[in-house]
Design a protein around this ligand. Structure first.
Ligand code: NDP
Length: 321
């Protein structure tokens, strides 16, 4: 790998990305002829990496990008970039990109709609009744009387909010900057968080992991929620202070939680969250982009940077998303 042919490196120290190699090779043959695709292993010597112009990665080893002198693109194979930005030695002028996929956003909207319907239609209570062989029809309230809040109105959150609104829910959205979304009441900034949260029946987080959102869901935050509210986390596990969630559930303040993301994934088998009443756990499956979309988007960006153009889908490294 030490000759001059530009190389795209699939690289992760936590996951085996070799299954993506064929998809990236097909995308390169189609959209960026001459770009080679290689998979990083811990044994790959740095001298062999000097032809790397683009990394497609997930938890790339810290310090590796800084050693690649021809690197022009650092691409996350997912929607989040915190696993790349954690490296304090990233070369300052290398753009960092992420996957933006409308089909993935629709998948996320489906997941959150399922969660909203589950609680709006009292399926948590009905499933508990079934265990007791108990026949009791819950009272129904109109969907427009069920208020759902969406935190983060980006590629994922905006589609989720629109889908919930189209279904008739009373949807409120919160982001850093003011946003306008049809059928959605929007709120912006830290000062608006309390009033935004106060009347929600369910709150869904689709926030990226940044210094501002790390540990955001703590005891004070849960205390702000209306008694009987439901918490859904599809953002990142590090945003949740788990003991605060458990206290809120066990005191009866919180009705339930749907958790798709965790600080440590896979969630260890002995984690108490598995058995906590009121908690639904899903294995980071809310929505993923398909391999051809991931490869196509990243190879297209590699082709752009090789001819001196800015990549699409670059994040603001200062902002962290
Ligand atoms: P985007 O970058 O498109 O959107 C992020 C949104 O969060 C923006 O609306 C932004 O506000 C808002 N935001 C960021 N920081 C703050 C803050 N401090 N206060 C208020 N609002 C803030 O991200 P995506 O929608 O693509 O993805 C969001 C996250 O969802 C990802 O980072 C990832 O963690 C998670 N995800 C999880 C998946 C799963 O399967 N569980 C799948 C895909 C994504 P503004 O608009 O004002 O900039």
């Amino acid at each position: 790998m030490n000759d001059a042919a530009p190389t795209l490196l699939l690289c992760s120290e936590t996951d085996d990305l070799s299954g993506l190699c064929g998809e990236f090779e097909r995308a390169a043959a189609r959209d960026c002829p001459g770009l080679r695709v290689r998979c990083w292993t811990p044994d790959t010597p740095t001298t062999e990496l000097q032809s790397v112009v683009a990394i497609a990665g997930w938890f790339v080893p810290m310090g590796l990008p800084a050693r690649l002198l021809r690197l022009r693109l650092l691409a996350s194979i997912g929607a989040g970039v915190e696993h790349l930005l954690r490296d304090p030695h990233l070369p300052p002028d290398v753009p960092v990109t992420r996957i933006v996929d409308p089909a993935q956003a629709r998948g996320m909207a489906g997941y959150v709609l399922w969660a909203a319907l589950h609680f709006h239609r009292d399926l948590d209570h009905v499933l508990a009744q079934q265990v007791r062989r108990e026949w009791r029809m819950p009272s129904q309230r109109p969907v427009s009387a069920y208020r759902v809040g969406v935190m983060g109105l980006g590629a994922m959150g905006a589609e989720v909010a629109r889908t919930l609104a189209a279904h008739g829910f009373d949807v409120h959205g919160w982001a850093r900057r003011p946003a306008a979304l049809d059928g959605v009441t929007t709120w912006a900034g830290p000062q608006a968080m309390r009033p935004f949260l106060a009347e929600l029946d369910m709150v869904v987080s689709l926030l990226p992991l940044t210094p501002e959102t790390w540990g955001l869901f703590d005891a004070n935050w849960f205390a702000t929620l209306k008694p009987g509210a439901v918490f859904v986390n599809c953002g990142r596990g590090e945003q949740l202070v788990v003991p605060a969630l458990l206290d809120a559930l066990r005191s009866g303040h919180l009705r339930g939680a749907v958790l798709d993301v965790f600080e440590h994934e896979p969630l260890p088998a002995d984690d108490p969250l598995w058995a906590e009443p009121g908690v639904v756990i899903t294995p980071h499956m809310a929505s993923s982009a398909s391999a051809d979309v991931i490869a196509g988007q990243i190879v297209a960006d590699a082709a752009r940077v090789l001819v001196g153009q800015a990549p699409l889908h670059a994040v603001d490294r200062q902002r962290g998303y």
